[in-house]
Ligand binder design. Structure first.
Ligand code: SF4
Length: 394
């Protein structure tokens, strides 16, 4: 428990909260006031979860707002791809394997969970290697793994395909829905709906790709970014680091999560990705539309393991239900609780939109935690830190 204790220390949280308030006071003073709150996008769903779970949004001054980004892969999966999963799973010869989160994402007809209840052979696995083991045990069935996620999960899927290739396993294939982070951030920065002042960069993705690929954010778009860890002190320190860049007028890529994220990423993981996958020309995202080069597919040399080549897949565009405002939440245009069906027609028990399904989805995190007011715990942060003389300093 060493790390959990260290990264959840309430006294250090108060000190950081005080430092954040000090920095914001300085920014407001030097700018002669703010026209709108400073908006910091946490790209990753893991950060969204931490922010609400630990009440971090309630510790910040009103001049700073979090904008929840599209970094939860389950949340951005369009309805048409869920329909494709269901159609594949309903084939009698198929065992469809998936991570648990994806089971409850609604499609236009049904979710994978409902397909399972209706008789399809859908099995939850913890890793693609579990799916490969199922393929070895069931040589007369076709085992499909639902490959989902950013560069965080891409290496394990790639390595599983390489393993299946090495073992000449012929009844295993991948329904590939892996997506890439950099084109997505670029699309967000190009969106006229958003006015972001800085980013908390995704910790897990960066563990694979490193920090270099984010340089365009600082150099071209002139926005500060800090790669952040997921414990409460990680997030608070990262917010403070972004604000310090804003206060200093700097735009750089900083790495708060240095204990995990190397500058050059993970060479072995990147090599596996490179061997197995290539960029798609475009990929459809829920709420964000089609984004160029934002998804990957299996290379021709591994075509035998591609479920989209092995089986007919409709790949249709299906619009979300009219009452669903997932797209606006994903783009940060509205907050989860502003969706008309939040907490009524759409709850974690009966999700209408995908953001209510995964624990990393902004709506699910809001529903679960944001209604608990923790601000009183940190109301005296300023006084306490003054008394202790521990302010990090603006
Ligand atoms: S409340 Fe439900 S429908 Fe509305 S944005 Fe959230 S997940 Fe989508």
């Amino acid at each position: 428990m060493k790390y959990v204790d260290e990264f959840r220390d309430p006294e250090k949280a108060r000190t950081l909260t005080y430092a954040i308030h000090q920095l914001v006071e300085r920014i407001v003073r030097e700018r002669g006031g703010l026209q709108r709150p400073l908006q910091i996008m946490e790209v990753c769903g893991g950060h969204t979860h931490s922010i609400f779970r630990y009440g971090i949004h309630q510790m910040l001054p009103p001049e700073v707002e979090f904008v929840h980004g599209p970094g939860c892969p389950v949340c951005v999966l369009p309805m048409g791809r869920v329909d494709d999963c269901v159609a594949l799973a309903e084939r009698p010869e198929v065992i469809f394997t998936t991570f648990g989160d994806a089971m409850r994402v609604p499609g236009s007809r049904k979710s994978l969970l409902k397909a399972k209840a209706d008789g399809a052979d859908v099995r939850m696995v913890y890793s693609p290697l579990d799916a490969l083991a199922i393929a070895r045990e069931n040589p007369h069935r076709e085992v499909i793994f639902f490959g989902l996620g950013f560069e965080t999960t891409m290496p394990s899927t790639a390595m599983t395909v390489l393993q299946a290739h090495a073992e000449r396993i012929r009844n295993f294939s991948l329904f590939c829905n892996h997506i890439t982070i950099i084109p997505t951030i670029k699309a967000i920065l190009d969106s006229p709906d958003l006015h972001l002042d800085g980013f908390l960069g995704p910790g897990h993705v960066s563990m694979v790709i490193g920090t270099r690929p984010y340089r365009f954010i600082a150099e071209h778009y002139r926005r500060p970014i800090t790669i952040a860890g997921f414990e409460p002190l990680d997030v608070l320190q990262s917010v403070w680091m972004v604000l310090r860049q804003i206060a200093d007028g700097r735009c750089e890529v900083e790495n708060q999560y240095g204990r995990i994220v190397p500058e050059d990423g993970n060479a072995q993981a990147l090599s596996a990705i490179q061997q197995v996958f290539e960029l798609r020309e475009f990929f459809e995202w829920r709420g964000l539309g089609s984004i160029d080069h934002s998804g990957v597919r299996i290379r021709e040399s591994f075509a035998a393991f591609d479920a989209e080549r092995k089986f007919p897949v409709a790949n249709l565009k299906i619009a979300d239900p009219k009452s669903c405002q997932c797209g606006e939440v994903l783009k940060g245009v509205i907050k989860p609780q502003q969706c008309k069906v939040f907490g009524t027609a759409c709850t974690p028990q009966t999700p209408l939109g995908s953001l209510m399904v995964s624990s990393e989805g902004a709506c699910a995190a809001h529903y679960r935690y944001a209604r608990i007011d923790t601000s009183a715990l940190f109301a005296h942060a300023t006084d306490a830190s003054h008394a202790l003389g521990q302010g990090v300093g603006a």
